[in-house]
Write a protein that binds this ligand. Sequence first.
Ligand code: MLT
Length: 333
Amino acid sequence: MGTRRPRMIAALAVVSLAAACSQGDGGDGGGAGYPEQNITIVVPFSAGGPTDTVTRMIADPMAKELGGKIVVQNVEGAGGTVAAGEVAQAEPDGYTVLMHHIGMATAPALYKDLGYQPLEDFATIGLVTEVPMTVVARPGFPPATLADLTTYVKANQDKVTLANAGRGAASHLCGLLFQSAAGVKLQEVPYQGTGPALTDLVGGQVDFMCDQTTNTSGQITAGKVKAYAVTTPERVGSLPDVPTTTEAGMPQLQVSVWHGLYAPAGTPPEIVQRLSGALQKALADQAVIDQMAELGTAPVAAGDATPDAHRAQLEEQTQTWAKVIADAGVQAS
Ligand code: MLT
């Protein structure tokens, strides 16, 4: 490990062990012999949440393709910015990579002292998936529909609690859009990820939140939470009975959560290409496609699981969200 290797604090979980020996990359420089040790994918939110779920889906098939072992490590805190800051400082050798989502594009506008620049301090590897969100509430929460929810929160602004995974998390952004559309300012309850937030929602400790279908589908289907709407233009295949926000009367609430894989800037391009190729292979794996479909999402097209497509998305989204966040007047630090 080099000196830039990050201090990793959360529990490790070995998710895959490929039997094959290292495949190398044809001896063309930076990627020759790669991988020679475990690759760590850092997840910036809690284990068991949506980012973690997507990462663990692709870790095994990626490891198989690379001929190595992938370890998933959860480094929570500050809406995903603690993990991103650590990976930005990691040795750029292809052994530490980051799975992150839309938060990579929103953090520069939200955090005054971010300590890293997503477009400068990372090499993009490829997009992974784009996940719809759901607006969900604890069992027993009085409103029955999204329209009822709007009326209810207006009348109970001082009492209603809205969970999220910290400033810049997808749940935070969706919650901001909801509050803006409803014309309310609610008491927000931040967690280290929506994994634990959903547990508290099911347990009745918080009232409602936005969360990705990769986390909520099981609980919605099992009737453990109330689902008001999905935040995409079309209904979600795995949740056919849940209306869209447009159908439910709040067309302004549109957000889906794109995810991508990043390496620290300076990682040899041959290694970035190896990782991207392995990602594309993983996303074409039928088991991955099926698991994602069950959770309301799908892999991106192969052409989007590339460094260039991912960079273009990050650039465009960074600009888009800078304006939304400036208009909303939100700051995290
Ligand atoms: C998570 O993995 O916990 C989520 O992606 C959090 C969020 O962004 O809302």
